[in-house]
Every structure is written in C-alpha cells, then in structure tokens.
Design a protein around this ligand. Structure first.
Ligand code: NOJ
Length: 768
C-alpha cells in the first residue's frame, strides 16, 4: 500500500498551458520561433492554448473540487527574465506569485520545475545549450526563482526530460530549436545541461533562505523483462542502463543523464562507446554535476520487452501484433512503472517521485455533455497498480503526478493529442472534468484502495474445457461440438467447469487468464461471495454416451462424509440429444432392500431397473441414493456436486484394460433408496417461453433455470455466482460471442449481464 503521506498530484508545463498576453512583458522562447518558422504548419500555436494565465483561478478551484492537493508546474524562463539573462520582468514574477498564492488558497502544494524546454530565444541566439555560458545563465535564473518564490514553495525540480529536448530539439530537429547538430555538439550540449543542473542546485540551496527539496526529472522508455525469469530480468536491467540504442537515438539513455547526477560519474560503457564524440570532462565538472539531491523525479510512459537470448545476452523481443496502444500510438505497458522504479531505486537509492505518467486518448464530449474516457481510467488503474507493486516490494516511491490536468498544447503535435483529465474546448475555454478525473479523485482519497491490484475486477470467467476418455464414450464432442483435444475416440466427457483434482479448469481469457478455478476459489473469495467450503462446490460436464453407462448410485453428504471423506453427489441432467422414444434407467422397482439384493444376485435386471421415457430438452434430477444409468445415444449436460464418488451396481460385464470394471454393490446397497419408483412426472419439461427465465430445479446444493434467448435482455445476478451453459444456438454476452458448448461463470458482484442472440441457456446457482 502507498504510505499515508504519499503525494498524489497532477503535472503540467508553462508553455503547454499558459498562453501569453501582449502586455505581460515576457520574452520570446525557442518554441515561439519554431512555430513562426512554420515548422508546425496547421497544428496551431501556443499563443492562447488553455489561456491559463487568465483562467488559473478557476483551474485551481477545479483542482480543489477534484481533491487535487499537489501540482507540478513549470515556470517560463523568458516570462521571468525576457532575455534569459539580465533584467527581471516584475509582471512575470507577480503573476507567478499570484498563481502560487491562489494554489495554496485552494490547498494545493506547488512543485516548481525550472526548465521544461522553453529556452529564451535571446539565449538560443547566443548558442543556446551549446554555449558553456548557459551554466551561469541557468544558475542565475535559478537564483531569481528561489529568491522570488522560495518563501511560497518548498519543492523544486531543475530540468525536465533532458533526453527529450537534447535529442529531439538539437539532434533530430523535430522540437524547438529544430536543429540537427553533429554528435560531438550533442555530447557537449548534454554535458552543459548536466553542469547547468548542478550549478542551479548550488544557487537554489544558497539563495532560497530556507531548507528546500530539490530534484531532477529525467525520462526514458523502460526496458522490462518479457517474463519474471531472473535471466530476463537481468537482461532488461542491462539494457535499461546500457547503451544498446542506435547512435541517432543515443540521448534516450538513462545512465548517461542520471549516473553523473546521482553517482558522480559517467557510465563507463558509454564513455567507451562514444569516446570519439566526448567533450573534455574534468573532475571539477563531475563534482559540479554531483550535487546532493532530495529526490529523483522520473517521467515514465512506456517500455519495451527484453529477454535473455540463448547466449544469455539481452535481446529485444517483439510485442505481439494487436498490442494495446494509446491515441499517440504509444504501447500500454503498465509493468514499466514497476520495473522502472525498481531498477532506478536499486541503482540510485533516492526517494522517487513519478513526475509524469499518463496518456493521450481520442476523447470527445458525449451527447450527455460529459467525457467518458474509460480507456484512461483503465490505463491509470493498471499503471498505478504496478507502481503499488513496486512500493509493496520496498521501493521508496513518495509521489505520483499524473500528466496532465487540462488538455493542452502537445508540442509538435499541437492540439491533436489530449492528455488531460479535464477536457478543454480551445474555442470557448470551457473545461469539463472527464470521468477519469472523478476516478483519480477516488483513487487519491483512498490512497489507492480502489485500484484493481487491491480490488480485483469482476469479469465473466471462461475456462479451457478438458476432454476425458471413457470406455463408453464416442466422438461427438469433438466432431459435432467442436471441442479440441488429443483424444480421437472414446471421449466420454468434456469437463467445462471444474476445480476437481482430476480436472482443475484454467481461465482462458481476460484479467484472470491462466488461473485455475481452485486458485480463484482460494485466492479470490470475493468472486464467490466468500462461500464456505474447501473447494468450488459444483462441477459441470458434457457427456457423450456411445454405449450404455454402468448402473450406479451416489451417496449423500452424510454418508460420503463419514465413509469417503468427501461430499455426496447430487446431479442433474439436461438432455442435449437422445434417440427417439428413448428411456433412461432412473430409480428402481424393488419394494425393499432385500428384494433389491435378491434381484441383483439373480441378475434379474429387467425386474429391477425402472425405465422412464425421455425427450431432448428434458431436465432430470438424480438424487443421491437413486439407481440410474445413462444409455447409449444420449448426450447430456451434467450439473453436479463437486464429487466423483460412484458405486457401480452392474456394468454389463464390461472389461476395461482386460479386467472387469470394479463394482461396489455393498456400499451401493447402503445408500440405495428403496422403494424409489421414478415416473414421467418426475421429469422436468421446460416450456420454451421466449426470454422468460424458468426455474426448474431447486435442491439443497444448486438451483437450475432454463432461458431461451430470443431478444436482447439483461440478466441480473444476485447470487454468489452463476454458471451459464450455452446448450443451443449462439449470441453475445457482454460483448463476447458465445455458442453451443460454451460455459462461463458470472461471479459475485458482476451484477448485470447483457445477453442477446438466439440461444438456449441453462443457468445454475449454488445454494448456500
Ligand atoms: C513529457 C513531457 O515532459 C510533456 O511536456 C509532454 O506533454 C508529455 N511527455 C506527453 O508527451
């Protein structure tokens, strides 16, 4: 669980939200020039954006209403010092002071980032980050910041994502200032950035006039293992801190931008690999960069799979096709928060703040006037759950800032991406809190109690069926019903819902994929309303009898408990198919147990066995103590107690693997009900009233309904769970296509289920 003082907040940056005012006295920055040069044709500019400078009061009110208590934002260097150095713009200072005071009035703790990519153009004109003088320019700006805001703020972050503005801005040219400089220059820039960071930290501590908490916010895609195998984890760690990326992408590197800051030296692997491009690096430089920091910020959005190859060396592994992505086409990889934090903490040992994490969605305002961004909720839930996993394992994470509060100007993508939990109409400046904002509010309020890691979701549970060989079985389950498996013939049964020792069905899709039913029963009791018992109480199978089954009887709970250390076996059959004019052996014609025994010993089966006429679609309840036999030609759905205790009375003298099948006449007689004459009246014939659910069977262990679906309907679940068997036709169940032979569990708490199509269902609930 997250610590009680865990900081939950939102993040933004000045250029992306503020907008500007001709009167505000600010200077130009590299992004203004980048757009003026037409580098972002038709994508808009940031002159107005969210017009935060005129809407900050309502924005902080909205934050307050949404329970947001921490806000990471950045300052515009050119708003404070229009030329980057020299004269300070008092209007800019006043604006930021007013903003911070307003935040505080709303109970919001400010976390200030000094540099979020918007270099004053005047400095770029003097060489920008390539000019070593920037170390002093930045340090001076840092001094002005703490001198003016140090009284109002305790938390400061020097630089946001150096990897990004150095790489995309100066090497690839897709961000401002849009340059494509040679490798040597890029290494020089990176070295200047790190030294500027160090110099700024010194000034901030010196001029703040009080204790302040200072951090730094680098980023990087996270190399994470394809499995939990130690070899894969080791391979991923190696890549995460290593130098595996191609040269044109080299700035996407963790250790180059973090080892000097947190360990006091550049990584050796990188020093060797890039020796020819490196600037002069002195011990003095390293001492400057290596300033004590209070925390490590990390912007983490996604990651990539790594596995250990056969030779043990790391390999990049492909994501399967159709892998989930966000609107920006970034992969959805929640594990990156777990492994990213874990790896980082192991190496740098500083408290971590996730300074950014979030996603862009193709949001829209629905006809009800709201923004239903379920994708964002799912994403955040999965990611923050993985963050909790890291925390639970001892990683010292202190805070999480969601990127971002309002939809805003997404750099070179303009307004085509929406990352906010608050929708912004850029024509009217109207704000609408999206569904995710409410979800995040709850998450913050409960410190993560509503996360799926703490509160597993309810989903329909589908299982992998298992075919079972029986001497009397046929091949219809495979040939006609399409079940797959190695068996070719003598397939007597297909176990579809079972947690029995013989077959423990495995969930085959969704959140619980790979879990056995017995594991769910033990580990997720919520799904079954915490029903008592060591094991899942019911068992469902399909039966194909090519030949007659033995004449048998089952004990009840009392007898089985005393004599077999198990539960009794009550069962119900639904007739999927049978020959015309068929009968089944159910009950017996003896008047007393003595007569029963005599008829058995004489082999007078005709006088003992009671035949009942049966039709397709009938339900037959077999109580414990009832003599019964399934006959050749029958296909049945069998719903029973989770037990396999059967006493065979007669098996037509069949042999199995050269020996006659074992009989248990003695025990059988002990549990046999006599007299027990079953008649046609004891058979249940559902009247096929379309879309009306009919309860047919009610026992001490289960109740069973039949439902013929002809038009869309909503099934209400008020039971510890329901087992649904599709016995005819096909249709849709909450988005999943189902057809004859499919079975699923509707767990407790999964309240309603939308069903449509043309199909017959048999629905079973346990009786407590
Ligand atoms: C990281 C950057 O810091 C932020 O400015 C940007 O909007 C987000 N990533 C999303 O791309």
């Amino acid at each position: 669980m997250f610590r009680d003082d865990f900081v939950w907040g939102v993040a933004s940056s000045s250029y992306q939200i503020e907008g500007s005012d001709p009167e505000d006295g600010m200077g130009k920055n590299v992004w203004d020039t980048f757009m003026e040069k037409g580098k972002m044709k038709d994508k808009g500019d940031a002159k107005v954006s969210c017009d935060h400078i005129h809407h900050y009061k309502e924005d902080y009110r909205l934050m307050n209403n949404l329970g947001i208590k921490a806000y990471r934002f950045s300052l515009s260097w050119a708003r404070i010092i229009p030329n980057g150095v020299g004269e300070v713009n008092q209007k800019g200072i006043q604006l930021y002071r007013d903003m911070i005071l307003e935040m505080k009035k709303n109970g919001i703790t400010p976390y200030i980032t000094l540099y979020h990519w918007e270099l004053p153009q005047a400095l770029e004109d003097c060489g920008g980050w390539l000019n070593e003088e920037i170390i002093e320019w930045f340090a001076e700006y840092a001094r002005v910041v703490v001198e003016n805001f140090g009284d109002l703020c305790d938390y400061f972050i020097t630089i946001n994502e150096p990897q990004c503005f150095v790489g995309i801005g100066y090497m690839q040219g897709a961000h401002a200032p849009g340059k494509t400089l040679p490798m040597k220059d890029i290494f020089q820039i990176a070295h200047n950035v790190l030294r500027a960071h160090g110099r700024a930290v010194i000034n901030m501590r010196k001029y703040a006039g009080k204790k302040i908490y200072v951090g730094y916010a680098p980023t990087c895609g996270v190399a994470y293992p394809i499995s939990d195998r130690p070899e894969d984890v080791e391979a991923a760690r190696k890549v995460y801190f290593g130098f595996y990326q191609p040269d044109e992408n080299w700035t996407w590197n963790v250790s180059w931008f973090s080892d000097p800051v947190f360990l006091g030296h550049y990584p050796e692997e990188g020093m060797k690999k890039y020796a020819e491009y490196l600037p002069k690096i002195t011990q003095e430089d390293m001492d400057l960069i290596y300033q004590p920091l209070d925390f490590m910020g990390q912007n983490i959005y996604n990651g990539y799979y790594i596995q250990a190859g056969k030779d043990g060396n790391p390999e990049y592994a492909n994501r399967p096709i159709g892998f989930p992505i966000t609107a920006s086409k970034w992969p959805i990889t929640p594990e990156c928060l777990y492994y990213g934090c874990k790896f980082i903490y192991e190496r740098y040992h500083l408290p971590i703040f996730i300074t950014e994490n979030g996603l862009s969605c193709a949001d829209n305002v629905a006809l009800d006037g709201q923004v239903h961004d379920t994708n964002r909720i799912e994403f955040l839930d999965l990611y923050i759950s993985q963050l909790q996993r890291a925390v639970d394992e001892g990683v010292d994470v202190r805070g999480y800032f969601l990127w971002t509060f309002c939809d805003n100007f997404e750099w070179e993508k303009g307004y085509t991406e929406r990352f906010g939990i608050v929708w912004v109409d850029f024509q009217t400046q109207e704000r609408i809190a999206k569904d995710s904002a409410y979800w995040y509010q709850k998450m913050m309020e409960t410190n993560g109690a509503n996360l799926s890691i703490n509160h597993h979701p309810r989903t329909l549970l589908f299982f992998e069926p298992k075919l079972i060989k029986r001497v009397w079985g046929g091949n219809r389950l495979k040939k006609e019903w399409g079940f797959e498996g190695e068996l070719e013939d003598h397939i007597g049964e297909c176990w579809v819902v079972s947690s029995n020792e013989q077959v423990d069905c495995v969930v085959n899709r969704g959140f619980y994929k790979g879990k056995k039913l017995s594991e769910l029963w033990n580990e997720e009791p919520d799904l079954f309303d915490h029903m008592e018992g060591d094991e899942f109480p019911l068992l469902v199978k399909l039966i194909d009898a090519k030949e007659d089954l033995s004449l048998q009887v089952h004990p009840d709970d009392a007898y089985a408990g005393l004599n077999e250390n198990g539960s009794g076996k009550r069962e119900c059959w639904y007739v999927l198919d049978c020959p015309e004019d068929a009968t089944l052996a159910i009950g017996n014609k003896a008047q007393s147990l003595e007569e029963f025994s005599r008829l058995v010993s004489e082999g007078a089966w005709d006088q003992l066995i009671n035949e009942v006429p049966i039709k397709k679609g009938d339900f037959i309840q077999i109580e414990p103590g009832t003599l019964h036999a399934i006959k050749a030609g029958f296909m049945l759905l069998e719903i029973q107690q989770n037990s396999d205790i059967t006493y065979r009375i007669y098996d037509y003298d069949r042999v199995c693997e050269d020996t006659p099948r074992e009989l248990n006449i003695e025990k059988g007689l002990q549990v046999m009900k006599v007299p027990n004459l079953i008649t046609e009246e004891d058979i249940f014939h559902p009247v096929n009233t379309k879309n009306v659910i009919q309860r047919l069977i009610m026992t001490d262990h289960y109740q069973i309904w039949s439902l013929e679906v002809a038009a869309p309907l909503v099934l209400q679940n008020e039971w510890p769970f329901l087992i649904v068997s599709v016995v005819e036709g096909d249709g849709l169940v909450d988005g999943t296509q189902v057809s004859r032979g499919n079975h699923f569990i509707i767990p407790n708490g999964y309240k309603t289920c939308k069903i449509q199509g043309s199909m017959k269902l048999v629905i079973t609930a346990p009786v407590i």
